[in-house]
Design a protein around this ligand. Structure first.
Ligand SMILES: [Fe+2]
Length: 235
């Protein structure tokens, strides 16, 4: 399998490319609109056939590049059915599989950061793309976009921590230069979600965070709720 982790340094957002090395069929997770040319260049240079553009959730901190990529390729945009977004080609439910060549990703509903958060697990359970549900030594905020600390706790403990300890965790962001972790590492060392921290303690931690209003949310959310389509295009 071919795998690339890309970063948008302005918003510290990771975009992932996964492809079957033989058939060249590919999926791209969480593209950033400003990185459209970078992403197209990789697709063209590696001669990939982009099949799916997947969102881990409706982002509040950057505008998705899904629409532009879908326009230039034959790829389908996919988001969680319960995200409330319009304009997708496919709405994903718990357990849905996204196939690319010999490989597939399994969609797991992991609400809490937003109601429509998905974690994508690779077929052999060696990689999980957790969006803002589980981050390296942290997690996404739960104070807007239908966030719920209780739900996020359950999502991580019931849908992500049961994966093998050596399953690699690839988040949507990291602000301290870290690129990945493992389930085992986060069970031990995540300061909010480690196994010894119970749900009440986690909820208290999340309620005590004094977070700023996200800079781009008012611009990004309405566009991302249309899978990146501009207002003058129908969804
Ligand atoms: Fe987010």
């Amino acid at each position: 399998m071919l795998f690339r982790q890309l970063i948008d340094s302005t918003t510290s957002t990771f975009t992932y490319v996964l492809a079957d090395s033989q058939t060249r069929e590919a999926v791209l997770i969480d593209p950033v609109r400003e990185q459209h040319h970078r992403d197209m260049q990789i697709i063209e240079e590696l001669q990939l056939k982009l099949r799916f553009i997947l969102e881990t959730h409706i982002h509040a901190d950057h505008i998705t590049g899904a629409h532009e990529l879908a326009q230039e390729t034959s790829a389908l945009c996919a988001v969680a059915a319960c995200s409330g977004a319009q304009g997708a080609d496919q709405w994903l439910e718990e357990g849905d599989t996204i196939c690319f060549g010999q490989h597939h990703l399994e969609a797991r509903c992991t609400p809490g950061h937003t109601a429509g958060c998905l974690t994508y697990v690779l077929d052999n359970q060696r990689m999980a793309f957790t969006g803002d549900t589980l981050m390296v030594r942290g997690c996404g905020r739960t104070d807007f976009q239908e966030g719920s600390a209780a739900q996020l706790y359950d999502s991580v403990h019931k849908k992500i921590f049961p994966l093998p300890d050596d399953c690699l965790i690839y988040p949507a962001h990291d602000y301290q230069g870290r690129t990945a972790s493992t389930v085992g590492e986060e069970k031990k060392h995540n300061p909010r979600l480690a196994e010894h921290i119970d749900a009440d303690a986690f909820i208290q931690i999340m309620e005590g965070l004094d977070l700023k209003y996200p800079a781009k949310i008012d611009v990004a959310l309405p566009i991302n709720m249309r899978c990146g389509k501009p207002n003058n295009e129908s969804v």
